[in-house]
Design a protein around this ligand. Structure first.
Ligand code: FAD
Ligand code: 2HG
Ligand code: ZN
Length: 484
């Protein structure tokens, strides 16, 4: 089929207004950080599951690769096509209906293109909580959250996206719809296709809808920012908060002083809420506890545990939010770190997971190694300490410019990721692999695991048309990826 005939078929399937090219397509061909740029035959926006299936069948017949995209907030280049221009980008944002909310079953069924924030708000309007929470929630989609198995700031209590999903509707590589929208907590009827598709980054199938788990809304939320003298104290505080609050502990974030200094310098309306000794602390923790009983009950529990932490010297100073708005302002400081780092120059993201006990030695040893080998590199770690997930990001700066960072990025990645691997960690905790970490996956996974993954991919996508080159190297490039 000629290129023009192919585009004409797509127009017939979804409407000419939803087959974009030229300038209209451009924003969808670059990732959120501007690190990856690609080309595509067209950006196609189907409006229903049936249209997605028809587009996939058309691509399968023509041998055209498909790169699915939701909100395009992913941080690993997973939604950006390669430079060949062979693929189409398949945008799922028109699939944005909330199909059903079932409060008796504590579940809701939504289409893949719904914004995360819309889903949170719909759950709240029905008197329930959909707990997934991340700074991109105003622009990322449920389909993207599922495809990357997104984490965020509430994983400690509610789990990541996989744990929040009961069922899926998926268009497979042949364009057939798998109707897996089961709203069950228990279902042991064979291989778990749902869990296979979640986290597969569009390489095994296209998610068109999902049935999600809902939770009760808490009666009160208590938030505090704490100045912490060292990493060991942060771990002691986490352990105290876990035993003191139990399942009521909903968030425990760690931020280096440099991260917060960058936020306040970048966004002058934001302020560090400490003076004196607290303002000089090297680390800050953000704690959230959700109480099922009442504001007063929550506040008393919160103050008792934090008071004991202050007495034990685990905390230098504490600011407890006096209102919801005050709590939101403290969270806003934390959630502005990604944007501040994006504006500060070139950065390398190390989204790593480690056993929590190994985080202090990891930071000390890796920090010393980076300082010795790459003097001037800015190390700006923060992350979800309660999940053992650090964003051990490094930035260019006056002493180590963006050009040097790009030229030496493979050495820097290896320095950090080798240390993570040696400590039993993972080189992608929550952002996925995309195209950014294909070589890392090949480097750190065993040949056996890679072989099993490649067999799954070949079984579910025999033509290799679904998001090729993401997660796993394309078969024709696999040997060079493994060797690099
Ligand atoms: P996209 O970026 O469009 O796509 C991501 C991947 O999923 C791509 O591989 C794409 O091909 C695939 N995909 C998208 N939709 C579908 C679909 N329907 N079916 C099949 N495959 C699909 N992530 C976290 O985990 N935790 C955080 O705390 C967090 N914070 C962030 C903060 C900021 C400011 C930003 C910019 C990003 C953050 N992220 C975080 C990363 C990102 O937001 C999440 O990964 C999000 O889940 C991506 O959703 P999206 O709709 O933007 O997906
Ligand atoms: C977060 O936790 C996100 O805010 C983004 O996962 C992390 O900017 C990053 O590296
Ligand atoms: Zn994160």
């Amino acid at each position: 089929m000629s290129h023009d005939d192919f585009l004409q078929s797509l127009r017939a399937l979804v409407g000419a207004a939803h087959v974009l090219g030229g300038e209209q397509a451009a924003p969808f061909l670059v990732d959120w950080r501007g690190h990856f740029r690609g080309a595509a035959r067209a950006v196609v926006r189907p409006g229903s599951t049936a249209e997605v299936a028809a587009v996939v069948r058309c691509c399968a017949a023509a041998g055209v690769p498909i790169v699915p995209q939701g909100g395009n907030t992913g941080l690993c280049g997973g939604a950006t096509p390669d430079a060949s221009g062979r693929a189409i980008v398949l945008l799922l944002t028109r699939l944005d209906r909330i199909r059903e909310i079932d409060t008796d079953n504590d579940s809701m069924t939504v289409e893949a293109g719904c914004l995360l924030q819309t889903v949170q708000q719909a759950a709240q309007a029905a008197g329930r909580l959909f707990p997934l929470s991340l700074a991109a929630e105003g622009s990322c989609t449920i389909g993207g959250n599922l495809a990357t198995n997104a984490g965020g700031t509430q994983v400690l209590r509610y789990g990541n996206m996989r744990e929040l999903c009961l069922g899926l509707e998926v268009v497979d590589a042949e364009g057939e719809v798998w109707h897996g929208l089961r709203a069950l907590r228990k279902d042991n009827t064979g291989y778990d296709l749902r869990d296979l598709y979640i986290g597969s980054e569009g390489t095994l199938g296209l998610i068109t809808a999902a049935t999600l788990k809902l939770h009760p809304l808490p009666a009160a939320r208590c938030t505090a920012m704490l100045a912490v003298p060292d990493l060991e104290s942060a771990l002691a505080l986490l352990s105290r908060a876990r035993s003191g609050f139990g399942a009521a502990l909903t968030g425990f974030e760690l931020m280096s002083a440099d991260c917060l200094a960058l936020v306040t310098a970048t966004f002058p309306t934001q302020r560090l809420p400490f003076a004196g000794e607290g303002a000089q602390a090297p680390w800050f923790a953000l704690l959230e506890m959700s109480d099922a009983e009442s504001e007063q009950h929550g506040r008393e529990r919160f103050e008792a545990v934090l008071g004991a932490a202050l007495e034990a010297g685990e905390v230098l100073d504490a600011v407890i939010a006096e209102s919801l708005a005050h709590g939101r302002a403290l969270w806003h400081l934390r959630e502005s770190i990604t944007l501040a780092q994006a504006q500060a120059g070139r950065s390398l993201k190390h989204d790593v997971a480690l056993p929590i006990s190994r985080i202090p030695p990891f930071m000390r040893e890796t920090g010393a190694r980076l300082a010795a080998r790459f003097p001037g590199l800015r190390i700006m770690p923060f992350g979800h300490l309660g999940d053992g997930n650090l964003h051990y990001n490094v930035l260019s700066g006056p002493g180590f410019d963006a050009e040097a960072l790009v030229a030496r990025q493979d050495e820097i990645y290896a320095c950090v990721h080798d240390a993570v691997h040696a400590l039993g960690g993972s080189v992608s905790a929550e952002h996925g692999v995309g195209q950014l970490k294909v070589a890392e996956v090949a480097r750190y996974k065993s040949a056996h695991e890679l072989r099993l993954m490649a067999r799954l991919k070949a079984a579910l996508d025999p033509q290799g048309l679904l998001n090729p080159g993401k997660v796993l190297a394309r078969p024709d490039q696999a040997d060079s990826a493994a060797a690099s």
